[in-house]
Write a protein that binds this ligand. Structure first.
Ligand code: JHZ
Length: 397
């Protein structure tokens, strides 16, 4: 049974930054109702509305994985680990974005798959074989004809973006070598609920995975998790190491059951945990608005730092307009001088003095809090204050 636990109201498409300040309409398909559901059988959490992939991931996709030091380091460290532990002849990445991971491998050892042509162009230009196509059975067939099989299939923050998971895993199974390994990483549902980060929900995140749900899902395709790592990236993610059930030589780590036990203890297998999350989300909205309104009353100015997809959910769910957060800033060229979807707040080009014109910073990219605060230390000393809504809304002291 599928049960709804959260309604985040009318939302625009998260990564569709607007060239001009315009009023979006439901009629034109620019706004949709963001409802979140829990499947009591499979334990999978998903959003109801499915936007066609072509509308979300096309040649104008603005998100680049290489934009933060944290992510560059995370991919570099993982590449070292993969090379040392698994020594793959051929690794394929589903959703290779701008090459943040694959650039750490020799060109003859990796294949990128990236349907956003503007991003695929970057890795192609750098000499990496990249298929600018969606991951599906047709593509897997094409690659199989050329390479026969691949040893490792890796995917970060991508599989949760694909509606048809059957096609995803069928295609993986077809192309992966007999003793091959699948590594996927995505935001952790447990961390999302613990941190009350309701902003992990937006149109691109069709699913938010728990280890419990991934285990159930893999079971349908003859795969199983043999190891799990907890990562601090994207507000807390899980990296799943997966193998075919028939590959017995690869032992299953205790970490897999430990994670599942942790999730069961929190109640991720039961609807009650989600109901509680929805109450906390409402509280979070009220408290954040209280903080922002008080700052407005004091005639102080707030800058949003990181024009993230997550911030789009927050702005639209909490109805935060320009009177509360005056501007955003971001380093991504594709976002600069555009407006936050649905709320028409202008995104300014980041420069190292930009904060001096503001009294407060709202952390749109709260998942990079450490990196950002370290970078902007000098403004803190001058009295600038940071606001975050994670795990609960507050001004940081
Ligand atoms: P960040 C995107 O979500 C969308 P977002 C997507 N659906 C997904 O799953 C995750 O990524 C992985 C900027 N920034 O990573 C860069 C600065 O300007 O939290 C980015 O625009 N200065 C694919 O958008 C944004 O913040 C900085 O110093 O929620 C961060 O976006 C830093 C550190 C970041 O993902």
């Amino acid at each position: 049974m599928i049960k709804k636990f959260l309604n985040l109201g009318l939302q625009p498409l998260a990564n569709q930054y607007q060239k001009k300040p315009i009023k979006l309409s439901i009629g034109k398909g620019q706004l949709y109702n963001l409802n979140i559901f829990f499947n009591t059988k499979s334990k999978l959490v998903s959003i109801s509305k499915r936007i066609p992939s072509e509308k979300m991931f096309n040649s104008k996709y603005p998100y680049r994985s290489s934009m933060s030091h944290t992510m560059r380091t995370s991919f570099k460290n993982l590449s070292k680990k993969i090379k040392k532990k698994f020594k793959p002849n051929l690794l394929l990445e589903i959703g290779s974005n701008d090459g943040a991971l694959i650039k750490n491998f020799k060109k003859e050892n990796v294949i990128g798959v990236e349907p956003c042509k503007n991003l695929a162009k970057i890795t192609k230009k750098n000499g990496y074989l990249t298929y600018d196509k969606y991951w599906n059975f047709d593509l897997a067939t094409k690659i199989k004809k050329r390479f026969n099989s691949v040893d490792i299939i890796y995917s970060a923050n991508t599989l949760t973006h694909i509606s048809d998971l059957t096609n995803v895993f069928k295609s993986i199974k077809y192309l992966l070598s007999e003793n091959g390994i699948v590594i996927i990483e995505d935001p952790s549902l447990l961390e999302c609920l613990k941190k009350n980060s309701y902003d992990q929900f937006y149109n691109e995140h069709i699913y938010l995975f728990s280890a419990i749900a991934v285990k159930n899902l893999l079971n349908n395709y003859g795969f199983e998790i043999f190891d799990i790592e907890n990562l601090s990236t994207h507000g807390g993610s899980l990296r799943y190491y997966i193998k075919r059930k028939t590959y017995k030589k690869q032992k299953i780590s205790k970490r897999v059951n430990n994670q599942i036990k942790k999730e069961i203890k929190f109640g991720l297998h039961k609807f009650e945990a989600y109901k509680k999350f929805s109450i906390n989300t409402l509280k979070s909205k009220k408290n954040l608005l209280q903080i922002l309104n008080k700052i407005k009353k004091d005639k102080k100015k707030i800058l949003g730092y990181g024009a993230t997809a997550k911030a789009v959910t927050v702005l639209n769910y909490c109805n935060i307009n320009k009177d509360l957060i005056y501007n955003f800033t971001d380093t991504t060229p594709e976002k600069i001088n555009n407006y936050m979807p649905g709320k028409n707040i202008k995104i300014l080009r980041y420069n190292k003095n930009i904060l001096k014109n503001y009294d407060y910073v709202f952390l749109g990219a709260w998942n990079f809090k450490k990196e950002i605060i370290k970078k902007e230390k000098k403004f803190l000393k001058k009295g600038l204050k940071f606001i975050t809504h994670i795990p609960y809304p507050r001004v940081l002291s």
